[in-house]
Design a protein around this ligand. Sequence first.
Ligand SMILES: Nc1ncnc2c1ncn2[C@@H]1O[C@H](COP(=O)(O)OP(=O)(O)O)[C@@H](O)[C@H]1O
Ligand SMILES: O=P(O)(O)OC[C@H](O)CO
Length: 497
Amino acid sequence: MEQYILSLDQGTTSSRAIVFDKKGSIVSIAQKEFKQYFPKSGWVEHDPEEIWSTQAGVAAEATVKHGLNGKNIAAIGITNQRETVVVWDRNTSKPVYNAIVWQDKRTADYCESLKEEGKGKMIREKTGLVIDSYFSASKVKWILDNVEGARERAEAGDLVLGTIDTWIIWKFTKGELHVTDVTNACRTQLFNINTMDWDDDLLQLFDIPESMLPQVKDSSEVYGNSKTTVFASKIPIAGIAGDQMAALFGQMCTKKGMVKNTYGTGCFMLMNIGDKPIISEHNLLTTVAWRIKGKTVYALEGSIFIGGAVVQWLRDGLGIIKRSRDVEPLGESVDSTEGVYFIPAFAGLGAPYWNQKAKGVIFGMTRGTTDAHIARASIESIAYQTMDILTSMQADSGLQIKELRVDGGASVNDTLMQFQADILDSVTIRPKITETTALGAAYLAGLAVGFWESEEQIGEMWQEEKRFEPEEDRSKVTEGIKGWYRAIKALEYWTTL
Ligand SMILES: Nc1ncnc2c1ncn2[C@@H]1O[C@H](COP(=O)(O)OP(=O)(O)O)[C@@H](O)[C@H]1O
Ligand SMILES: O=P(O)(O)OC[C@H](O)CO
């Protein structure tokens, strides 16, 4: 009976399931969006039961669609939106509150107070992270402090916590497994990336009982078998990774110095830095990329808040394009931006600037500026922001980047990809399969059950679709970069006035 790997990709706005064959090709996809809850300004929640029902639904749909059943599935790999956290009762499996999503800012003041108490250095050294409401720890503390009876129940050992991978596996195994992997654990802000274990000081600081924590596993191993009615047969669950780390693996960035950038709504860039964590001096995060057979690989990570979203703004805010893809011919209709720079800091500036007060600005307009120049400057802004992160990564790691692997919705834009190659002076490569997140989780699961034999074998399957070589004449590019830094400086100055 033909065998496949089923990859479950539980994202921020939708649950997806993709079936991969032995060649690493997609044979079937199913996707379902679910509801976003915004109970107050800055709060973002998901219903954990809906996360589970949509995920289970698409898992069955993707399998059946291709005429398969559970017996055709050699293993399940799971990848997920990171940091989002659920607290539930270990006896009834009922969540005590909605999942608090990574974007949720309700604990921002509490996090500020930790900074003021001078906890930043200790937390950075232990976790590789900055203090921020983005991570799970302060969210769990909020639930324990604000949901009636939660703290008592947690202290009595009745409540458990989990990132979304943990929640899905709990549901898939009917509460038999309470596990996570190192990539998800390291985004909770409770996990020490040096000792690779939960950290007592951090548990004490955030006031979270140890009994709530899942067991931390490798990213590729057989954790247990599925036990639900979704599939009649038992299927090994054999791979787990947070979505950005799964994408790094799916892009086969398995050697030190390899980098991927995902161009979605925002952009997430990760660089493989090998087997030792480097604490960033340029405001990047240090994170675990994966652990396979006990061997840990670390990554530096930088995120851009507004990436492809700038194109959505051109479409929905300015109304100068009808569909996202129209940005490309519009931007291509002029040879250059003619000195126009757009910094789309709609939600402040992320790494490496971390300027919360920054707002979007357009500099350098003349009477001759048209929608085409603005469109071109928008595309260039995505590439310039990416350059800023890569520059920091190179400085932190001492490694010179020769190629960038790309994926995500905006990576289909050839103008953007060529410009990216030009300003980085690095080859930019788009793979044949841009579903790299799901692919990474499939690879991790497939490796654990012997569906694929080795990383080397997988590396041979990985195929590029198109490569963009950098412009040889550097003069125009250098001028352009200088202008970007002037624009950034001007914006930073403006936020201090
Ligand atoms: N041709 C294009 N050029 C530039 N950006 C694009 C293009 N097509 C889609 N996008 C952008 O890609 C983003 C969607 O990418 P996707 O990977 O699906 O994002 P996410 O996973 O964050 O939802 C949108 O912000 C959209 O504006
Ligand atoms: O679900 P995505 O693709 O928006 O990814 C979310 C990230 O994991 C948040 O850190």
